[in-house]
Design a protein around this ligand. Structure first.
Ligand code: HEM
Length: 459
């Protein structure tokens, strides 16, 4: 497995303001390494914690392009409690945005994390204030990942108890990049000005007269100009340049519930109903482009797989207005003024599957933990992730579907969710159970390398 991402000139300050030597990797282009580990640690001593960070610095992966994919990567992000534990002074801490200072657990009501998904039920180490630093490791295979993990362990051991692991999660790409519900994931991403990646139709913002344009880098990277033409609100230097905010959310998926549910409609094709819930066929074909079935010619063509607009399907006859992808990025859906009301709410998704697949045909809960480590990057968690999650996933009003939540990832109280599949013969999907349970999460900042060096310097 060898990939050669599109090459980007070392410094592209002139047009976009992105310095790829200072930006951490995985934001402009996703890593294609197949194995991952997310290691959350708690820092008990600021001085020793900084020394530990200092030791990790040479291994941090930047956004500089590589000719050959490295066998493993390492990146660092910090919670608000983590910055405090590392001795960042209080006046500086106060310059960070409120959403980040609160953390994900404190925002549970807003996010719709209730019942089984409530923070009181989360896995140990997440949402408690104990997770301070997230060390994200990826390896080209399990062996490469284990080598990287062993190196990390050596550094932790050398810190002599000043830094301890409080939560750890592995991830592994599933065959053909599908998720545990069988859908190809990671297709749609915002095209970013100056990223060096060739924008695909559909990745950016719809132009009025047709075609697409890329998003300003400042929607994702602090210190760059954003869609308003100004600079995103940023904390004090050195965190004001090349930082991004991270949402980490462990989402357990229940494919057995989805299979059982889809099989309970006599005369309906389960694959069709599932596609209506998601907005794409399992192979990634968008319903707007091909409403009657998957089309390998579209799914396999990067120029076509994301090239669709909801103005071509205003009533949701192809892609229901309540479908996951339509809510998560309404594009030019009616009421979003040709994309003007959705363009400030985009996220870069870098999620990974975890856990082994449920065997084909199984409809019983085998008790195995599997799902998605949802991870996204943005300049402003409140404006970007939280708007998507709280107003579009957890509420149907913007789409005219009342209390109906996202059918696939929404929290459905007492198994009472609902979705209307528009059509000449509309189908009401009632009694939707929870197909996903949130198992924990954190809001983090991922500083640029200059800021990392500042954080790792002796106090
Ligand atoms: C277990 C949880 C989840 C599953 C199984 C899931 C599944 C999917 C699938 C299959 C797609 C279509 C493929 C693609 O375009 O990449 C998709 C797209 C997307 N999802 Fe999710 N997702 C989950 C959680 C979330 C969450 C928590 C958010 C944000 C709050 C989110 C936001 C998005 C966005 C923005 C898109 C792209 C839409 C577009 O631009 O057309 N997803 N998801």
């Amino acid at each position: 497995m060898r990939a050669r991402p599109d090459l980007l000139p070392r410094r592209q300050r002139s047009r976009t303001g992105i310095d790829v030597e200072d930006l951490q990797g995985n934001l402009l282009r996703g890593y294609t390494h197949e194995s991952g580990a997310y290691v959350f640690v708690r820092v008990a001593d600021a001085v020793l914690g900084r020394a530990w960070l200092h030791g990790l610095m040479p291994g941090v992966t930047s956004a500089e392009p590589w000719d050959e994919m490295p066998p493993d990567t390492l990146n660092l992000a910090f919670t608000f409690a983590g910055l405090a534990a590392l001795g960042v002074p209080a006046p500086m801490l106060a310059t960070f945005p409120e959403d980040f200072r609160d953390g994900m657990a404190a925002r549970a009501d807003l996010l719709g994390d209730r019942g089984d998904s409530a923070p009181s039920r989360w896995e140990p180490g997440l949402g408690t204030g104990d997770a301070h630093v997230l060390v994200s490791l990826y390896g080209i295979d399990d062996a490469a990942l284990e080598r990287a993990r062993a190196r990390l362990q050596e550094s932790l051991d050398a810190a002599g108890g000043a830094v301890e692991v409080v939560h750890e999660q592995r991830s592994k790409v599933l065959p053909e990049g599908h998720d545990h519900f069988g859908f190809k994931d990671g297709i749609a991403q915002p095209a970013i000005e100056g990223s060096g990646a060739e924008p695909r139709p559909g990745d950016g913002l719809p132009n009025e007269g047709g075609g697409w344009r890329s998003l300003a880098a400042g929607e994702f990277v602090l210190g760059c100009r954003d869609q308003d033409g100004g600079f995103p609100i940023a904390p004090a230097p050195p965190f004001d340049r090349h930082s991004t905010f991270v949402v980490y959310r462990k989402m357990r998926m229940h494919p057995e519930r989805l299979r059982t549910y889809l099989g309970s409609f006599p005369g309906e094709d389960p694959a069709r109903l599932a596609a209506k819930m998601v907005g794409r066929w399992q192979d990634g074909t968008p319903l707007v482009a091909s409403p009657h079935g998957p089309d390998p010619a579209i799914a396999g063509d990067p120029q076509r797989v994301n090239d669709f607009r909801y103005c071509d399907d205003p009533a949701g006859m192809a892609c229901p207005v309540g479908a996951h992808v339509r809510r998560a990025n309404p594009r030019d859906h009616d009421g979003f003024f040709g994309g003007k009301l959705s363009d400030r709410h985009r996220i870069i998704r870098r999620g990974r599957a975890y856990g082994p697949p449920l065997p084909d045909g199984a409809v019983e809960d085998d008790g195995v933990d599997r799902g998605l480590i949802f991870k996204c990057y943005q300049a402003d968690i409140e404006r970007q992730f939280e708007v998507i999650q709280s107003r579009w996933v957890d509420d149907g009003d913007p789409f005219g579907v009342g209390d109906d939540r996202d059918p696939i990832i929404g929290y459905h109280q007492n198994g009472g969710g609902r979705m209307v599949v528009q059509g000449s013969r509309p189908v009401v999907l009632g009694r939707l159970p929870n197909f996903v349970t949130v198992r924990g999460g954190e809001y983090l900042v991922r500083p640029g390398l200059r800021a990392l060096r500042w954080l790792a310097a002796p106090m």
